[in-house]
Design a binder for this molecule. Structure first.
Ligand code: SF4
Length: 167
């Protein structure tokens, strides 16, 4: 979804967004119920924290058991990350949030905003105006529409995330 500004190879080499510091656990992947059920049936070893928002059930990957220290900067890799192959999920299984990262839909006061995660090393090289143009060209609307069906992907707005579009 971000191929206009982000090369696949860049993400494949980096994988920054597939590892989570203890203080970033709010960002671990979110799976729609049907995908979570299918992964569980396939024998996935992932622990899902099952939750419901506005009647929509989903699972958030629980990595809390993977840390070895109490250091908030310690990183744990996503269970679906293969050190050589990258993400091992197919396109249907891969969470929407992973497909649009570093974009996020957030709620600020009563408004929805499409915001940019400021820590992505590759997108930080792309001018903000170019990211705004990409979002305004349809991607923002696609994210907003997905969020209406899957309200659990909406995060509370965080300071320091540049806002690209408002709904
Ligand atoms: S599900 Fe795939 S893309 Fe998403 S964090 Fe895990 S390895 Fe990365």
């Amino acid at each position: 979804m971000l191929s206009k500004v982000l090369k696949k190879e860049t993400c494949a080499e980096c994988r920054f967004c597939c590892s989570f510091r203890r203080c970033s656990l709010w960002e671990t992947p979110l799976f729609p119920k049907e995908v979570m059920d299918s992964l569980e049936k396939k024998g996935s070893p992932v622990v899902f924290k099952k939750q419901t928002v506005s009647g929509k059930e989903y699972g958030q990957m629980d990595l809390t058991g993977k840390y070895r220290t109490q250091d908030s900067e310690e990183e744990a890799a996503c269970e679906f990350l293969d050190a050589h192959k990258g993400c091992t999920l197919n396109n249907e299984e891969k969470p929407f949030d992973c497909k649009i990262w570093p974009l996020r839909i957030m709620k600020e006061n009563e408004k929805y905003v499409i915001a940019l995660t400021p820590t992505c090393p590759a997108i930080n090289q792309v001018p903000l105006e170019q990211m705004k143009a990409l979002v305004e060209d349809g991607l923002g609307k696609t994210i907003y529409e997905y969020a209406k069906e899957h309200p659990y992907i909406v995060k509370e707005y965080r300071e320091g995330f540049p806002v690209l579009m408002t709904f």
